[in-house]
Design a protein around this ligand. Structure first.
Ligand SMILES: Nc1ncnc2c1ncn2[C@@H]1O[C@H](COP(=O)(O)OP(=O)(O)OP(=O)(O)O)[C@@H](O)[C@H]1O
Ligand SMILES: [Mg+2]
Length: 273
Protein backbone atom coordinates (compact mmCIF):
# COMPACT_ATOMS: atom_id res chain seq x y z
CA UNK A 1 0.00 0.00 0.00
CA UNK A 2 1.21 3.53 -0.77
CA UNK A 3 1.75 6.03 2.06
CA UNK A 4 -1.15 8.07 0.69
CA UNK A 5 -4.01 6.43 -1.20
CA UNK A 6 -6.82 8.60 -2.51
CA UNK A 7 -9.68 6.87 -4.29
CA UNK A 8 -12.82 8.29 -5.83
CA UNK A 9 -12.70 11.50 -3.79
CA UNK A 10 -15.05 14.45 -4.26
CA UNK A 11 -15.11 17.49 -2.04
CA UNK A 12 -17.86 20.09 -1.93
CA UNK A 13 -17.66 23.12 0.40
CA UNK A 14 -20.94 23.57 2.23
CA UNK A 15 -21.18 27.27 1.47
CA UNK A 16 -19.97 26.84 -2.11
CA UNK A 17 -22.41 28.37 -4.58
CA UNK A 18 -20.46 27.39 -7.69
CA UNK A 19 -21.90 24.67 -9.89
CA UNK A 20 -19.06 22.17 -9.45
CA UNK A 21 -17.40 20.56 -6.43
CA UNK A 22 -13.99 21.89 -5.39
CA UNK A 23 -12.65 18.38 -6.08
CA UNK A 24 -14.08 15.68 -8.30
CA UNK A 25 -13.06 12.06 -8.97
CA UNK A 26 -9.64 12.28 -7.39
CA UNK A 27 -7.57 9.08 -7.58
CA UNK A 28 -3.97 9.42 -6.50
CA UNK A 29 -1.22 7.43 -4.83
CA UNK A 30 1.88 8.89 -3.25
CA UNK A 31 4.65 6.49 -2.31
CA UNK A 32 6.62 6.72 0.92
CA UNK A 33 9.81 8.67 0.32
CA UNK A 34 8.58 10.37 -2.84
CA UNK A 35 8.72 14.04 -3.73
CA UNK A 36 5.34 14.86 -5.28
CA UNK A 37 4.60 18.28 -6.73
CA UNK A 38 1.08 19.58 -7.37
CA UNK A 39 0.62 22.33 -9.94
CA UNK A 40 -2.54 23.94 -11.27
CA UNK A 41 -4.04 27.37 -11.84
CA UNK A 42 -5.86 29.41 -9.17
CA UNK A 43 -8.94 27.70 -7.80
CA UNK A 44 -8.08 24.31 -9.30
CA UNK A 45 -8.37 22.60 -5.89
CA UNK A 46 -4.74 22.25 -4.76
CA UNK A 47 -5.23 23.65 -1.25
CA UNK A 48 -8.43 21.68 -0.78
CA UNK A 49 -6.54 18.50 -1.65
CA UNK A 50 -3.75 19.44 0.77
CA UNK A 51 -6.26 19.98 3.59
CA UNK A 52 -7.79 16.56 2.97
CA UNK A 53 -4.39 14.94 3.54
CA UNK A 54 -4.13 15.95 7.18
CA UNK A 55 -7.83 15.88 7.95
CA UNK A 56 -8.45 19.61 8.06
CA UNK A 57 -11.23 18.50 5.70
CA UNK A 58 -12.73 15.06 5.02
CA UNK A 59 -14.03 13.84 1.64
CA UNK A 60 -17.67 14.40 0.67
CA UNK A 61 -17.30 11.15 -1.25
CA UNK A 62 -14.59 8.49 -1.52
CA UNK A 63 -11.73 7.60 0.80
CA UNK A 64 -8.24 8.66 1.72
CA UNK A 65 -5.81 6.40 3.53
CA UNK A 66 -2.66 7.76 5.13
CA UNK A 67 -0.30 4.98 6.25
CA UNK A 68 -3.31 2.69 6.17
CA UNK A 69 -5.44 5.03 8.32
CA UNK A 70 -8.76 6.13 6.84
CA UNK A 71 -9.22 9.92 7.21
CA UNK A 72 -12.99 9.38 7.42
CA UNK A 73 -12.60 7.70 10.82
CA UNK A 74 -12.52 10.40 13.55
CA UNK A 75 -10.47 8.08 15.77
CA UNK A 76 -7.60 8.43 13.27
CA UNK A 77 -7.52 12.23 13.06
CA UNK A 78 -4.72 12.90 15.56
CA UNK A 79 -2.67 9.92 14.47
CA UNK A 80 -2.80 11.21 10.89
CA UNK A 81 -2.00 14.80 11.86
CA UNK A 82 1.08 13.52 13.63
CA UNK A 83 2.17 11.73 10.45
CA UNK A 84 1.33 14.51 7.99
CA UNK A 85 2.58 18.00 8.82
CA UNK A 86 1.39 21.11 6.98
CA UNK A 87 3.33 24.22 6.00
CA UNK A 88 1.40 27.15 4.56
CA UNK A 89 2.16 30.13 2.38
CA UNK A 90 2.49 32.87 4.96
CA UNK A 91 5.15 32.17 7.60
CA UNK A 92 3.86 35.04 9.75
CA UNK A 93 0.59 33.18 10.32
CA UNK A 94 2.42 30.05 11.43
CA UNK A 95 4.84 31.53 13.93
CA UNK A 96 3.06 32.57 17.09
CA UNK A 97 5.65 32.54 19.90
CA UNK A 98 8.14 35.27 20.76
CA UNK A 99 11.11 32.90 20.52
CA UNK A 100 12.06 30.48 17.74
CA UNK A 101 12.48 27.51 20.10
CA UNK A 102 8.99 27.96 21.54
CA UNK A 103 7.52 28.00 18.05
CA UNK A 104 9.27 24.78 17.11
CA UNK A 105 8.24 23.19 20.43
CA UNK A 106 4.56 24.02 19.94
CA UNK A 107 3.66 20.93 17.89
CA UNK A 108 5.44 18.34 20.07
CA UNK A 109 4.00 20.00 23.20
CA UNK A 110 0.53 19.43 21.83
CA UNK A 111 1.43 15.77 21.33
CA UNK A 112 2.20 15.54 25.05
CA UNK A 113 5.87 14.73 24.58
CA UNK A 114 8.06 15.06 27.72
CA UNK A 115 10.02 18.32 28.10
CA UNK A 116 13.50 16.77 27.84
CA UNK A 117 12.56 14.99 24.63
CA UNK A 118 11.04 18.20 23.22
CA UNK A 119 14.27 20.08 23.86
CA UNK A 120 16.20 17.45 21.88
CA UNK A 121 13.70 17.48 19.06
CA UNK A 122 13.72 21.27 18.78
CA UNK A 123 17.51 21.39 18.49
CA UNK A 124 17.55 18.55 15.98
CA UNK A 125 14.76 20.06 13.87
CA UNK A 126 16.44 23.48 13.75
CA UNK A 127 19.66 21.83 12.68
CA UNK A 128 17.86 19.90 9.94
CA UNK A 129 16.49 23.12 8.41
CA UNK A 130 19.83 24.93 8.69
CA UNK A 131 18.71 27.14 11.60
CA UNK A 132 20.88 25.73 14.41
CA UNK A 133 21.75 28.46 16.89
CA UNK A 134 18.59 30.49 16.29
CA UNK A 135 16.75 29.04 19.35
CA UNK A 136 16.54 32.37 21.22
CA UNK A 137 15.86 34.59 18.21
CA UNK A 138 12.58 36.49 17.79
CA UNK A 139 10.78 35.08 14.74
CA UNK A 140 9.72 38.53 13.50
CA UNK A 141 13.37 39.51 13.10
CA UNK A 142 14.10 36.68 10.66
CA UNK A 143 14.01 36.83 6.85
CA UNK A 144 11.07 35.26 5.02
CA UNK A 145 13.12 32.21 4.07
CA UNK A 146 14.35 31.80 7.65
CA UNK A 147 10.80 32.11 9.03
CA UNK A 148 9.54 29.50 6.62
CA UNK A 149 12.38 27.16 7.64
CA UNK A 150 11.44 27.65 11.30
CA UNK A 151 7.85 26.76 10.38
CA UNK A 152 9.18 23.61 8.68
CA UNK A 153 11.24 22.81 11.80
CA UNK A 154 8.03 23.03 13.85
CA UNK A 155 6.55 20.33 11.64
CA UNK A 156 9.71 18.19 11.59
CA UNK A 157 9.81 18.27 15.41
CA UNK A 158 6.63 16.18 15.36
CA UNK A 159 8.59 13.54 13.42
CA UNK A 160 6.05 13.15 10.60
CA UNK A 161 6.29 10.68 7.72
CA UNK A 162 5.17 13.34 5.29
CA UNK A 163 5.11 17.12 4.95
CA UNK A 164 2.58 18.91 2.80
CA UNK A 165 3.69 22.38 1.75
CA UNK A 166 1.03 24.66 0.27
CA UNK A 167 2.91 27.27 -1.77
CA UNK A 168 5.60 27.75 0.90
CA UNK A 169 7.71 29.83 -1.47
CA UNK A 170 4.99 32.13 -2.82
CA UNK A 171 5.78 35.06 -0.54
CA UNK A 172 9.56 34.74 -0.61
CA UNK A 173 12.27 36.48 -2.58
CA UNK A 174 14.51 34.32 -4.83
CA UNK A 175 17.05 33.78 -2.04
CA UNK A 176 14.34 32.68 0.44
CA UNK A 177 12.81 30.45 -2.20
CA UNK A 178 16.14 28.75 -2.81
CA UNK A 179 16.72 28.22 0.93
CA UNK A 180 13.31 26.66 1.42
CA UNK A 181 13.56 24.40 -1.63
CA UNK A 182 17.03 23.21 -0.64
CA UNK A 183 15.74 22.47 2.85
CA UNK A 184 12.74 20.54 1.59
CA UNK A 185 14.89 18.60 -0.88
CA UNK A 186 17.37 17.75 1.88
CA UNK A 187 14.60 16.49 4.17
CA UNK A 188 13.29 14.32 1.36
CA UNK A 189 16.56 12.93 0.01
CA UNK A 190 18.61 12.65 3.20
CA UNK A 191 15.95 12.10 5.84
CA UNK A 192 13.47 10.10 3.77
CA UNK A 193 10.51 12.37 4.53
CA UNK A 194 7.75 12.15 1.94
CA UNK A 195 7.00 15.57 0.46
CA UNK A 196 3.85 16.91 -1.19
CA UNK A 197 4.77 20.34 -2.52
CA UNK A 198 2.23 22.71 -4.06
CA UNK A 199 3.63 25.48 -6.20
CA UNK A 200 3.11 27.96 -9.00
CA UNK A 201 6.81 27.86 -9.86
CA UNK A 202 7.30 25.22 -12.54
CA UNK A 203 11.06 25.07 -11.92
CA UNK A 204 10.23 23.58 -8.49
CA UNK A 205 8.59 20.60 -10.20
CA UNK A 206 11.44 19.47 -12.44
CA UNK A 207 13.12 17.22 -9.84
CA UNK A 208 9.91 15.64 -8.56
CA UNK A 209 9.21 11.90 -8.56
CA UNK A 210 5.63 12.66 -9.52
CA UNK A 211 3.98 15.81 -10.87
CA UNK A 212 0.21 16.18 -10.51
CA UNK A 213 -1.56 18.71 -12.69
CA UNK A 214 -4.89 19.96 -11.32
CA UNK A 215 -7.55 21.76 -13.32
CA UNK A 216 -11.05 22.72 -12.22
CA UNK A 217 -11.13 20.29 -9.33
CA UNK A 218 -9.81 17.33 -11.28
CA UNK A 219 -6.46 15.72 -11.94
CA UNK A 220 -5.67 16.55 -15.53
CA UNK A 221 -2.37 14.64 -15.70
CA UNK A 222 0.04 12.90 -13.37
CA UNK A 223 3.44 11.42 -14.08
CA UNK A 224 7.15 12.09 -14.21
CA UNK A 225 8.28 15.69 -14.85
CA UNK A 226 9.46 14.68 -18.33
CA UNK A 227 6.11 13.16 -19.25
CA UNK A 228 4.23 16.19 -17.88
CA UNK A 229 6.31 18.96 -19.39
CA UNK A 230 6.14 17.27 -22.78
CA UNK A 231 2.49 18.40 -22.78
CA UNK A 232 3.41 21.98 -23.58
CA UNK A 233 0.20 23.01 -25.33
CA UNK A 234 -2.09 21.29 -22.81
CA UNK A 235 -0.37 23.00 -19.91
CA UNK A 236 -0.67 26.36 -21.62
CA UNK A 237 -4.37 25.67 -22.22
CA UNK A 238 -4.91 25.52 -18.45
CA UNK A 239 -2.88 28.68 -17.86
CA UNK A 240 0.26 26.99 -16.61
CA UNK A 241 3.76 28.03 -17.43
CA UNK A 242 6.38 25.57 -18.43
CA UNK A 243 10.02 25.71 -17.35
CA UNK A 244 12.02 28.10 -19.54
CA UNK A 245 14.43 25.37 -20.69
CA UNK A 246 11.49 23.20 -21.80
CA UNK A 247 10.01 26.08 -23.75
CA UNK A 248 13.29 26.83 -25.53
CA UNK A 249 13.76 23.13 -26.38
CA UNK A 250 10.24 22.97 -27.78
CA UNK A 251 10.89 26.04 -29.92
CA UNK A 252 14.11 24.52 -31.28
CA UNK A 253 12.26 21.29 -32.13
CA UNK A 254 9.74 23.29 -34.12
CA UNK A 255 12.69 24.68 -36.04
CA UNK A 256 13.66 21.04 -36.79
CA UNK A 257 16.60 21.01 -34.43
CA UNK A 258 16.92 17.61 -32.77
CA UNK A 259 16.73 18.11 -28.98
CA UNK A 260 16.02 15.32 -26.47
CA UNK A 261 13.57 15.74 -23.56
CA UNK A 262 15.17 18.17 -21.16
CA UNK A 263 13.97 19.99 -18.04
CA UNK A 264 16.70 22.30 -16.86
CA UNK A 265 18.98 24.92 -18.35
CA UNK A 266 21.97 22.66 -17.61
CA UNK A 267 20.44 19.81 -19.58
CA UNK A 268 19.64 22.18 -22.43
CA UNK A 269 23.21 23.45 -22.54
CA UNK A 270 24.50 19.85 -22.59
CA UNK A 271 22.12 18.91 -25.40
CA UNK A 272 23.10 21.89 -27.50
CA UNK A 273 26.84 21.47 -26.99
N1 LIG B 1 -13.64 27.87 2.42
C1 LIG B 1 -14.21 27.77 1.21
N2 LIG B 1 -15.55 27.88 1.05
C2 LIG B 1 -16.12 27.75 -0.16
N3 LIG B 1 -15.46 27.53 -1.29
C3 LIG B 1 -14.12 27.41 -1.22
C4 LIG B 1 -13.42 27.53 0.04
N4 LIG B 1 -12.09 27.38 -0.20
C5 LIG B 1 -11.96 27.17 -1.53
N5 LIG B 1 -13.17 27.19 -2.14
C6 LIG B 1 -13.42 26.96 -3.58
O1 LIG B 1 -12.92 25.68 -3.92
C7 LIG B 1 -12.24 25.72 -5.18
C8 LIG B 1 -10.82 25.22 -5.01
O2 LIG B 1 -10.12 26.14 -4.19
P1 LIG B 1 -8.64 25.88 -3.67
O3 LIG B 1 -8.33 26.92 -2.67
O4 LIG B 1 -8.52 24.47 -3.25
O5 LIG B 1 -7.79 26.11 -5.00
P2 LIG B 1 -6.23 26.31 -5.21
O6 LIG B 1 -5.85 25.48 -6.36
O7 LIG B 1 -5.52 26.10 -3.94
O8 LIG B 1 -6.11 27.85 -5.64
P3 LIG B 1 -4.91 28.90 -5.43
O9 LIG B 1 -3.88 28.61 -6.48
O10 LIG B 1 -5.55 30.22 -5.65
O11 LIG B 1 -4.38 28.73 -4.05
C9 LIG B 1 -12.37 27.14 -5.69
O12 LIG B 1 -13.45 27.20 -6.56
C10 LIG B 1 -12.63 27.94 -4.43
O13 LIG B 1 -13.42 29.07 -4.72
MG1 LIG C 1 -4.26 27.28 -2.75
Amino acid sequence: MSLIEISGVDFLYENDNSDRPALQNIDLQIEAGDFAVIIGSNGSGKSTLAKLLNVLLTPSKGEIFVAGLNTNNPDNTWKIRQRVGMVFQNPDNQLVASMVEDDVAFGPENLGIPTQEIRKRVDKALEMVGMAGFQKFAPHKLSGGQKQRVAIAGVIAMEPDCIVLDEPTAMLDPQGRKEVMETVQYLNKEKGITVVHITHFMEEAVNADQVIVMNQGQILHKGSPKSIFRLVEQLKDVNLDIPVAVEVAEYLRQENIDIPDILSIDELVDALC
